[in-house]
Design a protein around this ligand. Sequence first.
Ligand code: NAD
Ligand code: UDP
Ligand code: UDP
Length: 310
Amino acid sequence: MRILVTGGAGFLGSHLIDRLMEAGHEVICLDNFYTGRKQNVLKWMRNPYFELVRHDITEPIRLEVDQIYHLACPASPVHYQYNAIKTVKTNVIGTLNMLGLAKRVKARFFLASTSEVYGDPEVHPQPETYWGNVNSIGIRSCYDEGKRMAETLTFDYHRSNDVDIRVVRIFNTYGPRMLPNDGRVVSNFIVQALQGKPLTVYGDGSQTRSFCYVSDLVEGFIRLMEGDYIGPVNLGNPGEYTILQLAETIQKMINPDAELIFEPLPQDDPKKRQPDITRARKYLNNWQPIIPLQEGLEKTIAYFRDQLKE
Ligand code: NAD
Ligand code: UDP
Ligand code: UDP
């Protein structure tokens, strides 16, 4: 098949491309390199079945493909808040363009949505049936509401135009190829500890997240795309930790003498988050994460050690 991956030079997109190329598909990677980099897909650059296109999805584009994995959108609060209006455009106009493309060429369309559609959740853990608790005017809204609109558009193209869709809600995922300046918590703590800087815990660190290793997530992507269930379906690791626990774990693994410092909690920071993965288990052939946090962190630490040497 010929498969388009938007945001393919980013963290998740580049791991997905590895799987698709290894399976013998032809891949077109579309990226504007806002938070992605060529280095992430460097190993495929000379492969005739791989194409890298520098393109911003807020502009229309015509291509002929069988499937679209639509991942383009900055995912770290630091980067999606840097130009909030651009984030809205990417989620709304960009997703509209990719759905228009899917409609024209009758491609199956996969939307990378997010656990952020649940906002600061009042239901715990979060099942897909929960409608969420999202602030429409806060600093996270460009991303949360942007993704909610992207889901709406996707389901409306399905209902009105028969576009074949798959929707995944991704919970916090980490691993190699996150940028050292990504700004999300796992890469921040690892890079800080490796550089001998204090680990910056926001708030008192009692807020929780559930961390999924990237290979587990990509396996779920492919099962969803290849199956019949349209979603939305949560993908994430149900293992839930406080941010303080995460800081202490990484501190122990890299440098037990590293200092922890406490900084103000950003506005609207969700207090807790854990995926209910009953649906994924049921519809994705018993999918569940298999890499424990400790093992995933070891691989990620090894990656950043190398990166920082370069
Ligand atoms: P990332 O920032 O590494 O990758 C995003 C990619 O999209 C980058 O390569 C970036 O350059 C590209 N991009 C951004 N705006 C674009 C535009 N207008 N046109 C073309 N390309 C554009 O982030 P990631 O962690 O790989 O996230 C990928 C997708 O998964 C995003 O849609 C994100 O919202 C979603 N997601 C990720 C997580 C996670 O924990 N990693 C959680 C929930 C949802
Ligand atoms: N679009 C695109 N590539 C295509 C087909 C459509 O970028 O191959 C864009 C198109 O420019 C439009 C959007 O997708 O802005 C939605 O397309 P659709 O055909 O659904 O709507 P319309 O063009 O009728 O507004
Ligand atoms: N966080 C932190 N220190 C950091 C970066 C993030 O304590 O250096 C906290 C952040 O406030 C949030 C959690 O870690 O409570 C996860 O943040 P991240 O940006 O990784 O993801 P999201 O908030 O989007 O889930």
